[in-house]
Design a protein around this ligand. Structure first.
Ligand code: PEP
Length: 255
């Protein structure tokens, strides 16, 4: 399968930014800027408290709304967490799991990422699974091993059929929020390696059909080149997703 047959997904990760009122204003401003730009899928992954507002504001537009995490249990004594049913009830369509900030600051492991991913898939969400090496891992020359392990453990017991709802975001940790972007060659090399891992777990067709994004300081200056690479099918975008002008330009770059 050639790249043009894969879904290109431009997803914003707002992290801990924006109130509901700001969310509504942002989406009203963004909608006309991305209208008709349907060669890629536009997603905004917003804080939990903004989801309902975002879903309402995005009605009738081509903007899809996602969450930034989901818990693996159906319900119960998990203070501060949010279940798949809750996210369904407020209309989210996408969920990010395994973001490096969750791994770094909140003790997320490959196993909990796997549990969260499976819970999200079982509830019918489109899942964005983040993987990526730290600077230390890159310098020790274990980038491929790290990313391969993260991918394999996160996808344990995820079926080939379920892979239709899994997007992988390759996000080198050293490039997130630092202004340091991986070169297009570095990003391509790892995205290709992830595709090879998928071919090993599943088969070539599944690997070829899976959307693999790059994330890490993607911006209006570097996006075109990154998006032109053979194995990069979109972006997961933090900082540049907080300004309508920048984010809509990234969507345009993906057309
Ligand atoms: C991210 O949060 O996933 C991300 C890639 O952030 P930034 O674009 O700001 O580096």
């Amino acid at each position: 399968m050639d790249k043009s047959k894969r879904k290109v997904v431009i997803a914003g990760n707002w992290k801990m930014n924006m109130t509901p009122a700001q969310t509504e204003a942002f989406i009203k401003e963004l909608a006309p800027l991305v209208k008709g730009k349907d060669d890629s899928v536009t997603v905004l992954c917003v804080p939990f408290v903004d989801i309902a507002t975002a879903v309402k504001a995005a009605e009738g537009t081509n903007i899809h709304i996602g969450a930034q995490n989901v818990h693996f249990a159906e319900k119960g004594a998990y203070t501060g967490e949010v279940s798949a049913d809750m996210l369904k009830a407020v209309g989210a369509e996408y969920v990010i799991v395994g973001h490096s900030e969750r791994r770094q600051y909140f003790g997320e492991t490959n196993d909990t990422v796997n549990a969260r991913l499976k819970a999200g898939l079982a509830a019918g969400f489109k899942m964005i699974l983040c993987v990526g090496e730290t600077l230390d891992e890159r310098e020790k020359n274990i980038t491929f091993e790290t990313v391969s392990l993260q991918t394999k453990v996160a996808l344990k017991d995820v079926s080939k059929e379920e892979m239709a709802n899994v997007i992988i975001a390759y996000e080198p940790v050293w490039a997130i929020g630092t202004g340091k972007t991986a070169t297009s060659e570095q990003a391509e090399e790892v995205c290709k390696a992830i595709r090879d891992v998928l071919a090993g777990i599943y088969d070539k067709a599944t690997a070829e059909a899976t959307t693999i994004q790059y994330g890490g300081s993607m911006n209006t200056k570097n996006a075109k080149e990154l998006l032109s690479m053979k194995d990069i099918d979109g972006g997961l975008i933090g900082g540049a997703s907080l300004k309508t002008a920048d984010f809509s330009e990234l969507v345009s770059d993906a057309q």
